[in-house]
Design a protein around this ligand. Sequence first.
Ligand code: TYD
Length: 211
Amino acid sequence: MAGLFITLEGGDGAGKSTQAALLEAWLQESGHPVVRTREPGGTDLGVEIREMVLHRRGHISPRAEALLYAADRAHHVATVVRPALERGDIVLQDRYLDSSVAYQGAGRILGADEVRSLSLWATEELLPDLTVLLDLDEAAGRERLDRSRTQYDRLEAEAAEFHGRVRSAFLALAEAEPTRFLVLDASLPVDEIATAVRERVASLLPAATDD
Ligand code: TYD
């Protein structure tokens, strides 16, 4: 496909949105067409699924939760991400299938392989060109959330052990696919992280527009 698919991953409070905004601005200044999006909730249908999966009161069984994220992803990839990549745009996305492997596979203990297969089926095997993992100790992530939130969503409200499993799963994914992943220490200053992200992204851009 003509475009470039970049995803940002990490635990809650790692600073993905800040880095996504900085990277988007930098790419736009250099004249690249960028589609910034997120999961869950990158489509109208996805907004409804997001509301259910994050804010619904009461229990959602782990497999149902995994399927809701996969349904959001299937529709998002089919209607937003693939069309953008086919146009040649850069898709900059907050969370993708690695979040499902980490949160549902490890957090909910459904198993990495099964959850990954589900997402690959949902997306007809679409993998990112680059995944930036902002790695943060779960206690530090929690502190950051405490400063910015008055209420937690269903996943954020999970115990520290859950978030510890999520972090380890992200790191294991990065280790298994070192070419796709760029792992950065999310406790570093925002500017330092942004510079490291730009350097890697620049190496993936077509030479003529590389600045
Ligand atoms: P996010 O949009 O990053 O949260 P916020 O905007 O509140 O910072 O993600 C919402 C939550 O959904 C987050 O706790 C991680 C979780 N999640 C999964 O459990 N599985 C998934 O596949 C995805 C995409 C997100």
